[in-house]
Design a protein. Structure first.
Length: 444
């Protein structure tokens, strides 16, 4: 069969799709980017917040609409929405042919074949979250020079706003050997940049009794062929001396860290059931910057959490201006059913959205200054591709994660090649991107 795979949401979800795609290819099926050519469309959904759920539903309905021209088309729903809502999906969208919970990802070949050859009733396959496969053979769906590497699944933090434990279960870490084996496979396929992902990297191994993120970085640093190792996501209360030392001594580990802080007011953090307070956050940031003065720090914040006062919101805006994060995103709080915060008294959505927009305006001022300060400097970049509309090569610095951060747009008559590293001189900037030219040394 020709199978079209639509994968939505975070890199962890994409890693799951990559494993399922490998299973389907190994079974003799092929994949196609064209929905109109597909015998089966697999929608790997996100279900984390309301906007993600709406996007998932729209993609499912769009896939089902293809049945009008192809009555034999099968639509299979996998991922977080499938795990979270299960039978509700086939009840509300009866055109769906199969709903696959995460523990059944490993059986995707058999499930799709059952949907094609079985009865008219939708196939439903779930299973215990503890049986959810953490790794496995995979394809590389990103550009071939970088890949996401999921090192753990689930979370034990129990933040009051978060549905992740309801969807993906408790923390389960892969072994160091298993992660390294996958890293070696990726390096053998030409991957130069590993992007480590988990709900909380700094909790890796905790479920086995000992946090092992530092020895994991030591082991990954030794993998031949890998040149950059990027870390998403670290929680401030777990940024230990051991973790910082591992970032410093392992030269392939980029001085880049995504720290989802969510808020700075201690009372709001307590209501969120975050493990640290304002002092924890500020101390972690100071220690990272002292150990690595060149570090790029990224964070995400939530505005409009239940009970957030005007004073607490203003404190959040002041924190953004004071700490001057290199990268920052702010979301209006979204109540998620089944979470403790959803049972709290909610403020109007328009107030939440205006507060989130105000935080982003404060960050735009910070970003504009930080970007402008880079003009005239020289930096190493990796090329991701070419923008033929603007005649520019799209590159990234050490401080830029793909898809979520800035780009370094390089004008060059000399061809640049995806996956290659270049040295460029920054000529101009705007609030998000940098504009550069090759240095004379790089041209030679």
């Amino acid at each position: 069969m020709k199978i079209a795979i639509i994968s939505l949401g975070c890199p962890k979800n994409q890693a799951d799709a990559d494993v399922m795609a490998h299973s389907l290819l190994a079974a003799g099926h092929t994949t196609t980017p064209e929905l109109s050519e597909a015998d089966c469309i697999m929608v790997n959904t996100c279900g984390f917040i309301e906007s993600a759920k709406q996007e998932a539903i729209e993609n499912i309905l769009n896939a089902c609409a293809g049945k009008a021209g192809n009555p034999n088309l099968k639509v299979v729903v996998t991922g977080c929405l499938a795990e979270r809502y299960r039978h509700e999906i086939v009840t509300e969208i009866p055109e769906v042919d199969a709903v696959v919970g995460m523990a059944s990802n490993k059986n995707i070949v058999e499930i799709i074949e059952e949907a094609v050859n079985g009865t008219s009733e939708p196939v439903e396959a779930y299973g215990a979250k503890e049986e959810y496969a953490l790794g496995g053979a995979r394809v590389i769906s990103t550009p071939s020079h970088y890949a996401y590497l999921k090192i753990a699944e689930g979370c034990n933090n129990r933040c009051t706003y978060c549905a992740i434990p309801l969807i993906r279960g408790n923390l389960r870490s892969r072994t160091i050997d298993d992660v390294v084996k996958e890293a070696e496979f990726l390096a053998g396929q030409g991957v130069k940049e590993l992007i480590l992902v988990a709900q909380d990297l700094t909790a890796f191994g905790q479920d086995r009794g000992e946090v092992e993120i530092a020895p994991l970085l030591d082991a990954l640093n030794a993998v031949e062929g890998i040149e950059w190792i990027r870390l998403l996501y670290a929680y401030p209360e777990r940024i230990t001396d051991e973790f910082i030392d591992a970032m410093v001594r392992n030269k392939k580990v980029l001085h880049y860290l995504d720290i989802p802080i969510q808020h700075i007011d201690s009372d709001v953090l307590r209501a969120m059931n975050r493990k640290g307070d304002e002092q924890t956050v500020r101390t972690a940031l100071a220690r990272l910057r002292k150990a690595m003065p060149d570090i790029t720090l990224r964070t995400t914040l939530i505005a409009g959490f239940p009970g957030e006062t005007e004073e607490q919101f203003e404190k959040l805006c002041a924190f953004v201006r004071e700490e001057r994060f290199d990268r920052l995103g702010c979301f209006a709080y979204s109540e998620e059913e089944g979470t403790p915060a959803a049972r709290m008294e909610q403020m109007p959505m328009e107030v939440r959205e205006e507060r989130a927009a105000a935080v982003m305006r404060a960050q735009a001022d910070v970003m504009n200054e930080l970007q402008a300060a880079k003009v005239g400097g020289v930096m190493q970049v990796i090329c991701d591709g070419y923008d033929d509309e603007n005649d520019l090569y799209l590159c990234r610095s050490r401080g830029d994660a793909p898809e979520i951060d800035s780009e370094v747009c390089v004008a060059s008559e000399t061809p640049l090649y995806p996956g290659n590293f270049y040295t460029v001189c920054i000529k101009d900037s705007d609030v998000y991107d940098l504009y550069a030219e090759l240095t004379e040394e790089a041209e030679q």
